[in-house]
Design a protein around this ligand. Structure first.
Ligand code: CAA
Ligand code: FAD
Length: 380
């Protein structure tokens, strides 16, 4: 067992850290306050290869492993979790799914543009009545021979208005239940494709979240990913890797909040000494450090499983469940350590606290991760 990062990993970590400090930190408070999408920053992330990190270089990607992806996700999320969710969706839910299960024609048409950030992708599974209960799809894709006709509504779609490329999960054959579901590629220029208003959110406010409405959208058969009826399995397999991305996002939020709290505790004085010298504060810092280290190990283990072609459903779910709890706990305590300053925007930690919450909700709530984990350990 080797816990040492390679030279290449260290370089990627540094590149992501430098980028986050130079390009994401300026303006992050304003983007959060006004719900501004980081358009220019995402463009630069694409140019630097952060939007298609695991995509084969022959399709314009960086050809890196999942460990590199975890490292970069942590660094970006330490500064701006709104930018990192765009990165996570594009890398793990869109590029990975397309590269792994898409046809050669689909890859040639879309993958290099997605991997370089020329276009951004979205992954559309959730619906008003199908969130955790994802097999209850109401969106329909009726088979018309050479095309599908898609009708329905998707909820909470990240990159909802900024994307050009949408993977939409829809029910073709109700009688076959989840085995009658398909994954289709839609483009927003298709007639009948409508984007709902932007959601007003608690956190990750720089990312754009929308509902999408489809009315008789005609989708060519060649836009189906995989065999007929593969759509639900496609979604589950894709989400298994997506959860490693969100676990790393949670890790980054936690470590960003912790670093600020540590620094502040060494500067702020109360009762004649720096507050880190009060054991109540020092013990909070110790708990944060241990939890973050444990979360990092779980993220790395899941990434290692993926890179070594082991099953990563269990390790990815464990990483997401634990890291998202650590993000929440750490951010709340970081606000506490900052006292009154923790409650105002310029100290950043209140944003981390608001951003942390989503990591326990999307890509499978914490309760859903416990379902995945318990089913897996019971069946072993
Ligand atoms: N890999 C491959 N196949 C899988 C699988 C996996 N990891 N997990 C389940 N399946 C297959 C099963 O084998 C089964 O197929 P067969 O019957 O052919 O064997 C089929 O899927 C149905 O499985 P279950 O019977 O286990 O289904 P279920 O109804 O009990 O639900 C669930 C399982 C894990 C709870 C699933 O519904 C789930 O993951 N729900 C959460 C949805 C979710 O994570 N949504 C995230 C949306 S994207 C997002 O949120 C993005 C973002 O924020 C940025
Ligand atoms: P519900 O499923 O209604 O759950 C409500 C509560 O009940 C939760 O606490 C849940 O854990 C619990 N619960 C449900 N079933 C069970 C059970 N069997 N056992 C125990 N507890 C249970 N979706 C996409 O497809 N693409 C995206 O890009 C995307 N981005 C998102 C971005 C944001 C900002 C948000 C808020 C959501 C996003 N989502 C996206 C949707 C997200 O994945 C869902 O919100 C999530 O899966 C939960 O579904 P739900 O909101 O319908 O909650």
């Amino acid at each position: 067992m080797d816990f040492k990062l390679t030279e290449e990993h260290l370089m990627i970590q540094k590149a992501a850290r430098d980028f986050a400090q130079a390009e994401l930190l300026p303006g992050v408070i304003e983007r959060d306050e006004k719900q501004i999408f980081p358009t220019e920053q995402i463009k630069k992330m694409g140019e630097l290869g952060f939007l298609g990190m695991m995509v084969d270089p022959k399709y314009g990607g960086s050809g890196l492993d999942t460990i590199s992806y975890v490292l970069a996700m942590e660094e970006i999320s330490k500064v701006d979790a709104s930018a990192s969710v765009v990165m996570s969706v594009n890398n793990s839910l869109v590029c990975w799914g397309l590269q792994t299960f898409g046809s050669e024609e689909q890859k040639e048409k879309y993958l290099s543009r997605l991997a370089t950030g020329e276009i951004i992708g979205a992954f559309c599974l959730s619906e008003p009545e199908a969130g955790s209960d994802a097999t209850s799809q109401r969106t329909t894709a009726i088979d018309m021979g050479d095309h599908y006709i898609v009708n329905g509504t998707k909820n909470w779609i990240t990159n909802g208005s900024t994307a050009d490329f949408y993977i939409v999960i829809a029910q073709t054959d109700v009688d076959k239940k989840h085995r009658g579901i398909n994954a289709l590629i839609l483009e927003k220029t298709m007639p009948g494709f409508e984007i709902g208003p932007k959601e007003q959110k608690l956190g990750i406010r720089g990312s754009d979240t929308h509902s999408l409405m489809f009315t008789d959208v005609k989708v060519p058969k060649e836009n189906r990913i995989g065999e007929d009826g593969f759509g639900f399995k496609f979604a589950m397999k894709t989400l298994a890797g997506g959860r490693i991305g969100i676990a790393s996002q949670a890790l980054g939020i936690a470590s960003g909040a912790y670093e600020l709290a540590l620094k502040y505790s060494k500067e702020r004085k109360a009762f004649g000494t720096e507050i880190c010298n009060h054991q109540a504060i020092a013990f909070k810092l110790a708990d944060m450090a241990v939890n973050i280290e444990a979360a990092r190990h779980l993220c790395m283990k899941a990434a290692w499983d993926k890179d070594n072609h082991n099953n990563y459903d269990l390790s990815g779910a464990m990483a997401k469940l634990f890291a998202s709890q650590v993000a929440m706990d750490t951010a709340v305590e970081a606000v506490q350590i900052h006292g009154g300053n923790g409650y105002v925007k310029e100290y950043h930690v209140e944003r981390f606290m608001r951003d942390a919450k989503i990591t326990q909700i999307y890509e499978g709530t914490s309760e859903i991760q416990k379902i995945v984990i318990s089913r897996s350990i019971i069946s072993q």
